[in-house]
Design a protein around this ligand. Structure first.
Ligand code: CMC
Length: 428
């Protein structure tokens, strides 16, 4: 359907096209607005702004729907794996058996870091945050393969495989370094997620005993984080890509954007919040009060979302997986009890109900990671490992769009009017 919106401004009427996506999302196309009217649009935080056309991920926040390349997240969570989903996101369709095998082999061939990269880890203090190490090392990794960057079109598959595979190797190495432990190399025989746990927890003299339930749960966490349309970090990756920066530089920028506690850093913040509530012996009521008080500077971490005004479908899946894993490991966790209590209390609290604040993906994921033995400062790194295929798919979309222009928003200037330079000796 193609219609037009009419804009009345300064006594004139302008016609702006209305565009519609495959799921009937509609937008007023303002591409010609400034040329026609001299005005720009202002949308603080971009809550009403579509920045691109994309074929990768669909979200309906009102109905709690999330689909990768059209496939519901619930089906993928039940039937697929992280690596198959990575292929789906980047290539646009599910692989056949041979394609999946080739993709896995490509990842395995590219999982080792250049040996000289090991020396870069030495430069970080042992208390460096792993997200700082991750973004630096992703950029550093690109310096070792300059030939890939020279010809991104033909080398894209290898670049993408290097990033997906090596982000996991860098993550595990940075953890080992932070604990003063020797580095463990990946084993070609292991699949992606098992290999990550091996590199994290094995010792040179003894292999870590892989628990299939833990491997499956972590793989599910990676899969559920694999893409989420134009969130802060993905929009950052597209922004950097739009300047034609290489995929490593764009992904490193994505890691930095993800780090903040309002975005990927929320999973670490949730665990710290639950832990604080536990240590203080509160059942969560005091924290809920504080989260409702704007003066307190506190928020209920793991709650609320810019797009979901309903349950985040990923949160539902993760909550079930969390119960399942703890059951299978025959383990309880007081933080899970606190989390469930908080959720119950909040879902009937007028403040949260009116604002449509529901648990998001970060609310229960930390409890799973804690059960697996992932330290809390590595939680956001797990999010970054999971999100890498989504960033790469979005990077590719920008690069392959023949109409792609550099992303360059405008502003409404609110600073001083014209004033003149005062020499230093004349200043008060
Ligand atoms: N606790 C208490 N109040 C909240 C919360 C919260 N977690 N989230 C939003 N609000 C309030 C907010 O104060 C505002 O109230 P009022 O209308 O009275 O001013 C209202 O709800 C709307 O919030 P907003 O900040 O305008 O919403 P936003 O779309 O800009 O922010 C958010 C979305 C996710 C940043 C926010 O809900 C938040 O800070 N949540 C906690 C951090 C978190 O869990 N982040 C992970 C997001 S999911 C993973 C990801 O994709 O990164």
């Amino acid at each position: 359907m193609s219609t037009n919106a009419e804009l009345k401004l300064d006594g004139k009427t302008y016609s702006l096209p209305v565009v519609e996506g495959t799921e009937q999302e509609r937008a007023i196309d303002v591409t010609t607005l400034r040329n026609q009217t001299g005005h720009i649009t202002l949308d603080d935080g971009y809550a009403n702004t579509g920045s691109c056309y994309s074929k990768i991920t669909f979200i309906d926040g009102e109905r709690g729907i999330l689909r990768y390349r059209g496939i519901p997240i619930e089906e993928l969570a039940e039937k697929s794996t992280f690596i198959e989903v990575a292929y789906l996101l980047i290539q646009g369709r599910l692989p056949n058996r041979a394609e999946l095998r080739n993709f896995s082999e490509l990842l395995t061939r590219n999982q080792l870091l250049h040996e000289d990269l090991k020396f870069h880890f030495e430069g970080f203090p042992s208390n460096a945050h792993p997200m700082a190490i991750l973004s630096s090392m992703i950029n550093a990794a690109s310096c070792f393969y300059p030939e890939l960057l020279l010809d991104p079109k033909t080398q894209f598959e290898i670049e993408a495989a290097r990033l997906i595979s090596q982000v996991r190797t860098i993550a595990a190495f940075s953890y080992r370094k932070s604990r003063g432990l020797p580095i463990i190399y990946p084993k070609p025989a292991y699949k992606y997620t098992a290999n990550f746990l091996h590199m994290m927890f094995s010792d040179p003299y003894q292999d870590y005993e892989l628990n299939p339930e833990a491997v499956r749960a972590l793989d599910l966490i990676f899969l559920l984080h694999a893409d989420h349309e134009q969130n802060c970090s993905t929009a950052t990756v597209r922004m950097v890509a739009s300047s034609r920066a290489n995929v490593f530089a764009s992904a490193a920028a994505g890691v930095c954007a993800l780090w903040g506690p309002l975005h990927g850093g929320a999973n670490q913040a949730v665990l710290e919040m639950l832990d604080q509530i536990h240590r203080e012996g509160d059942d969560g009521s005091k924290f809920i009060q504080a989260a409702k008080d704007k003066q307190s500077g506190k928020r209920l971490m793991g709650f609320g979302h810019r797009v979901y005004k309903n349950y985040d479908p990923r949160a539902k899946i993760i909550k079930r997986a969390c119960d399942d894993l703890l059951g299978k490991l025959h383990r309880g966790d007081p933080l899970l009890d606190i989390a469930k209590h908080l959720e119950q209390a909040v879902l009937s609290d007028a403040y949260f109900v009116e604002r449509k604040l529901y648990p998001n993906v970060d609310f229960y994921s930390g409890i799973i990671m804690r059960a697996i033995g992932i330290p809390v400062e590595m939680f956001t790194v797990m999010f970054a490992i999971g999100r890498m295929p989504g960033w790469i798919a979005n990077y590719r979309e920008v690069m392959e769009d023949p109409h792609s222009r550099i992303y360059r928003p405008r502003q409404i200037y609110t600073g001083d009017g014209l004033r003149h330079y005062v020499p230093l000796e004349e200043r008060p």
